[in-house]
Design a protein around this ligand. Structure first.
Ligand SMILES: Nc1ncnc2c1ncn2[C@@H]1O[C@H](COP(=O)(O)OP(=O)(O)OP(=O)(O)O)[C@@H](O)[C@H]1O
Ligand SMILES: [Mg+2]
Length: 232
């Protein structure tokens, strides 16, 4: 998974008022291979949402908590060689922290949460890509998220060579981006398989188009659900 080294400090934490009435947030995850445009599109969507009067909490994985950002640095360090199982467990550790510290409190406070990657990435990368046991990856995901699933997952889908070319144009590549093309093809299949398995919660967007067109596709996919949520 590609880093966003220019993002700077981790997102602010959300505190919740224990006296506040139970609220229902809305949770959107962005998934897809390297260079699909997740980070660009999360930023564009956040701007569009603010223009429409929404107040999204924007976060990312690995990361989203102070400990998680440190785990991120380990995961994305090209100097470190990690076993597939170690990699899986580090992502899981960051995710557990992310859910408890940031996502669950924000949703309980009724917030709209956007995350740049979440649980589906472990299925795609660690199970399909690294070929770890799928049931184990899913069980671990279920445990570290306490069963939390995004209301909607936006899959930015494109052929891996196109995403890798975009990332290469962006500059330095990290450890994961150097893995071979067959690995990336399995990752793509892993995302598509999840989307096909749960079409009610997934939206597949063709990420080969230019950024503005992809952004419009994402907005069309999200708007009805968001308006229903806001009026609900
Ligand atoms: N639709 C697009 N067409 C062409 N280039 C794009 C498009 N979307 C993003 N880019 C460019 O491709 C590069 C990768 O985009 P971005 O960082 O948003 O992808 P990402 O999915 O977050 O990647 P990573 O998995 O590495 O985090 C950036 O340089 C970005 O400006
Ligand atoms: Mg990114």
């Amino acid at each position: 998974m590609g880093p966003d080294r220019d993002l700077g400090s981790p997102p602010p934490f959300v505190s919740t008022d224990p006296e506040a009435p139970a609220a229902q947030g809305f949770f959107v995850a962005f998934e897809g291979p390297e260079g699909a445009g997740k980070s660009s599109q999360v930023a564009r969507l956040a701007t569009r949402l603010r223009d429409q009067g929404f107040d999204p909490v924007v976060t990312r994985e690995p990361g989203g908590s102070r400990a998680g950002e440190r785990v991120r640095a380990v995961l994305l360090d090209p100097e470190l060689r990690l076993e597939p199982l170690s990699e899986l467990l580090l992502y899981a550790a960051a995710r557990a922290q992310h859910v408890v510290e940031l996502i669950a409190p924000a949703l309980a406070a009724g917030r709209l949460v956007l995350t740049d990657r979440f649980r589906a990435a472990s299925v795609a990368y660690q199970a399909y890509g690294r070929e770890l046991d799928l049931r184990f990856v899913e069980a671990l995901n279920e445990r570290v998220t306490a069963g939390l699933k995004p209301n909607l997952t936006i899959l930015l889908d494109l052929p891996p060579e196109l995403g890798l070319a975009r990332v290469a144009a962006r500059g330095a590549t990290d450890r994961l981006e150097r893995a071979d093309l067959a690995f990336h093809a399995r990752v793509r299949q892993g995302f598509l398989a999840q989307a096909q398995h749960d079409p009610g919660r997934w939206r597949v967007i063709d990420a080969r188009h230019d950024e503005a067109r992809v952004a419009d596709g994402i907005w069309e996919a999200l708007e009805p659900a968001l308006l229903a949520w806001r009026s609900g």
